[in-house]
Design a protein around this ligand. Structure first.
Ligand SMILES: *Cc1c(COP(=O)(O)O)cnc(C)c1O
Length: 370
């Protein structure tokens, strides 16, 4: 198989989804599976749905378009505010979108009317992280705009924290959202289906708070895909952190001096890495570079240390591992590294699913699937 490639264990994606779906179902919260870190992979999306996600979300309309074959009946939500220039594409591809701008809402309504479609709108509220969101005082006016749009349906309210400024979801900021939901319903005498309170960073709060209140949906990407929570990047109990691996091939292996020689200035990406110690070390070059993956969040195999990475070369201290040219090495990925690898045209993809389909080739372990 070609390298570099990203290997995706779809059974683990399904497992992670199911564990989170079950934990949240006990609190009457549904899960929207967010595929954006996988470039809208239909295999990942299908695994999320098998695990119990009620719908799919992605930040790019191009990714959502890739998911149209997964299951026609499944709600598909564009989770970044639509571009004005893409309104027509959005209403044809997404069943719903998260919105903040009256001009965009008007364009969606016009596009949906033109196409003879209904489009669902979730209005996003600013709760302090200062990325997308309507100021609390302006939500009523935005609600009015949606309600007066003949081809739009107001599905609910939502919020997103912890992405721009790391603001932690808690009873205080979530309470602001919940009170807005109550007020909107009372004022317009309607019932909102969706209170989409946040992303993987909301998990701790949602699973422990005594004030879950109106929250009934979370949009989960990282927790499902990597088994980690984004606030502290800690592994989540009961989830696998091994659904994704990046595989690279060794193209040079040699004992080289631990320290460079000659005058030193900048390296390809700024200051050269500090080299410590003396003597020599066993050094491998892997055919992986910044064109393939982000160094931040790239975890080498145990016992190996990253010495540096330029556009096309990853240099590793491999210690006393018996490495030869042509060997493949497997790396674990953090969120940034995963996104970069999934979006690089140089990285192939190998999705593996054994348990999910009864007729799949390979050993079928009967116990892991309920
Ligand atoms: C990326 C994103 C999500 C999913 O975030 P994770 O941390 O991967 O769970 C949810 N909502 C919005 C608006 C997003 O941009």
């Amino acid at each position: 198989m070609s390298a570099p490639r990203i290997e995706i264990d779809l059974d683990l994606v399904e497992h992670n989804t199911r564990v989170l779906v079950d934990r949240l179902a006990a609190r009457d919260v549904r899960v929207l599976g967010v595929t954006k870190a996988t470039l809208g992979s239909p295999g990942v999306a299908a695994a999320m749905l098998r695990g119990g996600a009620v719908g799919l979300g992605d930040s790019r309309v191009e990714n959502l378009a890739r998911l149209t074959d997964v299951d026609g009946a499944v709600p598909r939500t564009l989770i970044r505010s639509p571009m004005l220039s893409q309104a027509a594409h959005v209403v044809r591809t997404a069943t719903a979108s998260l919105n903040t701008e009256p001009a965009v809402i008007a364009a969606l309504d016009a596009a949906a009317t033109h196409a003879g479609l209904r489009h669902d709108v979730i209005l996003m509220v600013e709760l302090g992280d200062l990325r997308e969101g309507i100021a609390v005082d302006d939500v009523a006016a935005a609600v009015q705009v949606v309600l007066e749009s003949p081809s739009l349906r107001l599905r609910g309210l939502g919020a997103n924290l912890a992405c721009q400024n790391g603001v932690v979801p808690d009873d205080a900021n979530m309470g602001v959202l919940h009170r807005l939901v109550d007020r909107t319903e009372a004022h317009h005498r309607l019932a909102l289906d969706v209170v989409s309170s946040g992303n993987s960073a909301n998990l701790d709060w949602a699973l422990t708070t005594t004030r879950l209140d109106r929250t009934n949906e979370l949009r989960l990407g990282e927790a499902i895909l990597l088994g980690t929570e984004p606030l502290r990047r800690a592994p989540i109990d009961g989830l696998s952190t091994k659904a994704f691996a990046l595989v690279g091939e060794v193209i040079e292996i040699a004992d080289k001096p631990a320290r460079p020689w000659g005058d030193q200035a900048q390296a390809a990406y700024g200051e050269p890495p500090a080299r410590v110690g003396g003597g020599s070390r066993r050094q491998a070059i892997v055919a992986l570079g910044r064109q393939d993956v982000d160094l931040d969040g790239l975890l080498p195999p145990p016992g190996m240390v990253v010495l540096g990475m330029s556009s096309d070369h990853l240099v590793l201290d491999v210690g006393d591992h018996p490495i030869t040219v042509g060997d493949e090495l497997r790396f674990r990925l953090g969120y940034g590294a995963l996104v970069r690898a999934m979006t690089s045209p140089f990285v192939a993809r190998a999705e593996r699913q054994v348990l999910g389909t009864p007729d799949a080739l390979g050993p079928v372990a009967g116990s892991a699937r309920r």
